[in-house]
Design a protein around this ligand. Structure first.
Ligand code: COA
Ligand code: ZN
Length: 307
């Protein structure tokens, strides 16, 4: 393995905050995003254009984008938002969202619970959105959720992941994020699926999203790196979880992933000291985020040594 560059997308402000018992105010959400921008996190998932009845924590994402545009004029982070359907796309277009993320779960049960559509209908709606995006010059990627296992339907076949990926890339998705929504995958399965994906699709268009439900988050990141993946979702202080997927706990913590890959010789462009500050803020704001496992070590040794 030749260590090069790894791109981190922090999904804490969306995947993290959507599942918190405590609803943050728009200013609190903005302060968390600003802390991630200060730490030079290259990509940040800011929010979601979904029904505020379904996910109250994501209400006001349009205002958040307006405030970000006004307050963070010269930042270099790429901001994204989740969109489940055409209405979400239209709302995201009005809010001038630079990168939109569709989401299609591999199983009908998960997809119906999450966005009230079968997988087939969700692929078809996603294709319509991608067509509209092409016409209007929008950048849209897509998540393949529950890519290894579904909390309702169990193991998922690799063929369904290939098929959804192929259809969405052909329809114009800029990348595909393979997501272990409930943290059910193990490193061997991750490596096998991502190697198979790499032989079929362009690796530069693939990314992975892991939850640390069973303490395999970092091992899964490593397994995907070994298959050639270089873009990962992670969540500051390990916030995260899907309200519609029973058993899903937080995403793998950004500070843990950054520490691991930097020690392996990869560059991320992220400022570790400021990343720890962002993690402290996430813990303070939510009152429930645990923080990554690496945080005490980063504070006691890494930052002292490199100071
Ligand atoms: N954003 C905001 N509101 C939306 C919307 C969107 N993207 N899509 C639909 N709506 C609104 C409709 O306007 C309608 O509003 P009304 O009741 O005031 O008339 C209402 O939601 C129902 O519309 P419908 O098209 O029938 O949607 P639905 O009830 O089938 O719900 C979703 C579909 C996708 C909107 C809903 O299931 C949802 O928001 N899910 C959340 C998904 C999510 O964030 N999951 C977490 C992580 S993947
Ligand atoms: Zn997730």
């Amino acid at each position: 393995m030749h260590p090069d560059h790894i791109t981190i997308n922090d999904v804490g402000p969306r995947d993290g905050l959507q599942n918190q018992p405590k609803l943050l105010s728009k200013d609190q959400r903005l302060s968390l995003i600003s802390a991630l921008v200060d730490a030079k996190v290259p990509e940040i998932e800011v929010g979601a254009f979904v029904s505020p009845k379904a996910v109250p924590a994501m209400a006001g994402t349009d205002e958040l984008f307006a405030d970000l545009a006004a307050s963070l004029k010269n930042n270099s982070s790429l901001f994204s938002a989740l969109i489940p359907n055409m209405k979400g796309f239209e709302l995201a277009m009005s809010a001038k969202v630079p990168l939109m993320s569709l989401v299609v779960a591999t199983s009908n049960t998960m997809n119906l619970k999450n966005i009230r559509m079968t997988t087939h209908d969700s692929v078809s709606v996603s294709k319509d959105v991608l067509k509209a995006a092409k016409k209007q010059g929008a950048n849209v990627q897509a998540y393949v959720a529950t890519a290894w296992a579904c909390p309702f339907e169990g193991k998922i076949s690799a063929d369904s992941v290939f098929s959804i990926t192929e259809q969405l890339l052909q329809a114009g998705a800029s990348s595909i994020v393979i997501a272990d929504t409930i943290g059910a995958a193990n490193p061997l399965e991750v490596n096998q699926l991502m190697e198979a994906m790499a032989s079929r699709f362009d690796l530069s268009q693939l990314s992975c999203h892991f939850h640390d439900t069973r303490a395999m988050g970092l091992a899964n990141v490593y397994a995907a790196i070994s298959a050639g993946v270089r873009r990962f979702d992670a969540s500051i202080a390990g916030l995260g979880g899907c309200p519609f997927a029973p058993g899903a706990s937080g995403n793998v913590a950004t500070e843990d992933v950054v520490m691991m890959v930097q020690q392996m010789g990869f560059s991320t462009g992220i400022d570790m000291a400021l990343l720890v500050k962002a993690a402290d803020l996430a813990i303070e704001l939510t009152g429930s985020a645990s923080g990554g496992n690496a945080k005490p070590w980063i504070e006691n040794y890494y930052l002292n040594e490199s100071a």
